[in-house]
Ligand binder design. Structure first.
Ligand code: A2P
Length: 337
């Protein structure tokens, strides 16, 4: 645990990226007790300035010696940078909260959603991993149900926003859509396929079993966070032309039969979850409506037609907030509490 202080020196590795920018907004909004703030990115960004609490902070290059006197280092510069620099931050005395997948499955590294497994934070040895965005969003919705009845099997289909692939992917969606509407030739670059007016199987590599890396993250990370190796998980991850909120269709097979009312009440009582389930008006969670919201929205709560113990849900969450920056800063808040 960190020594109790009134203010903490914070470094952000990847400060100029899609998640880095959000780290600053969340730290400011939640009034995190910051002493020194150090913004780090690649050499390309040296000289840039970023605003925090009305003051401009320079961006410097992420280097091995960037972490002297830092208490908390928030990493979101990609897995390679985490592997290269996180150990230097730890050696300098910082606790690293890593947004990449580099350390998530390391048995020495806790993988934490603060509303689900906050007790794991205390087991850290310098690095705490922030789970994959799709996993966090799913867990917020299924954990209150899991507490009522163990989940035997989860079938999950995702509709993932482009923000998960970074700031350049957001720009590609916007520019490509504009170009397509104007009848111009489109040249996919961040993604292999056109993302404007299209969707495709998640752009991460497909493994021997036929599942993408993104799909396997949901499988492995969900089991680690719930400490349940026996849960069966069957994922399909799809990239859709949405800017920054993921949607997920989740089908659960429970050990016990639960009513829609019991599930709805449990979801309503879950901090960080909002139930949006208006069958009459046909209003359910939508990615545009959850954009820039801290909460995960859950709706379409219904019994499976073919399975006595089956419950189905539709879930949306801001991929950059609860799916990344907000969850990491909630971990930091628990760390200093
Ligand atoms: P930079 O803006 O200087 O390239 P995103 O996920 O939106 O693509 O952002 C990635 C973040 O990681 C950015 O802040 C980016 O900085 C940073 N980054 C990428 N590569 C490196 C690197 N080799 N060294 C340090 N920071 C990096």
């Amino acid at each position: 645990m960190l020594l109790k202080k009134s203010k903490y020196n914070v470094a952000i590795a990847g400060a100029t990226g899609a998640v880095g920018v959000e780290f600053l907004k969340v730290l400011e909004k939640r009034n995190f007790p910051i002493g020194e703030l150090r913004l780090l990115a690649s050499s390309r960004s040296v000289g840039k300035k970023m605003n925090f609490r009305g003051k401009n902070y320079p961006v410097s290059e992420l280097k091995e010696n960037s972490f002297e006197s830092i208490d908390i280092a928030l990493f979101s510069a990609g897995g390679d940078q985490s592997k290269k620099f996180a150990s230097h931050a730890v050696a300098a005395g910082a606790v690293v909260i890593d947004n990449s997948s580099a350390y998530r499955m390391d048995p020495k590294v806790p993988l934490v959603v603060p509303e689900v497994n906050p007790e794991d934070i205390a087991k850290h040895q310098g690095i705490i991993a922030n789970p994959n965005c799709t996993t966090i969003i799913a867990l917020m919705a299924i954990y209150p149900i899991y507490k009522l009845s163990r989940i035997k099997r989860m079938v999950i289909a995702t509709y993932q926003a482009v923000s998960g692939a970074g700031a350049k992917a957001i720009a590609e969606l916007k520019n490509q859509t504009q170009d397509d509407l104007e009848g111009k030739k489109i040249n996919p670059s961040v993604f292999k396929h056109a993302i404007a007016f299209n969707l495709f199987s998640h752009d991460s590599a497909i493994g021997a079993e036929g599942y993408s890396q993104e799909e396997m993250k949901v499988v492995n990370e969900t089991k680690k966070i719930l400490h349940d190796d026996h849960m069966l998980i069957s994922p399909t991850a799809v990239r859709v032309p949405v800017v920054r909120a993921h949607s997920e269709a989740i089908h659960l097979e429970l050990e016990k039969e639960l009513s829609v009312e019991e599930v709805t009440e449990a979801l309503k009582a879950m901090p960080g979850v909002k139930v949006v389930d208006d069958r009459k008006a046909n209003i359910f969670p939508m990615p545009r409506a959850v954009t820039s919201q801290d909460d995960i929205f859950v709706g379409r709560i219904r019994k499976d037609l073919g399975l006595k113990n089956g419950i189905n849900l539709f879930v949306c969450g801001d991929q950059i907030l609860k799916g990344a920056a907000l969850n990491a800063i909630q971990i930091a808040e628990k760390l200093i509490a």
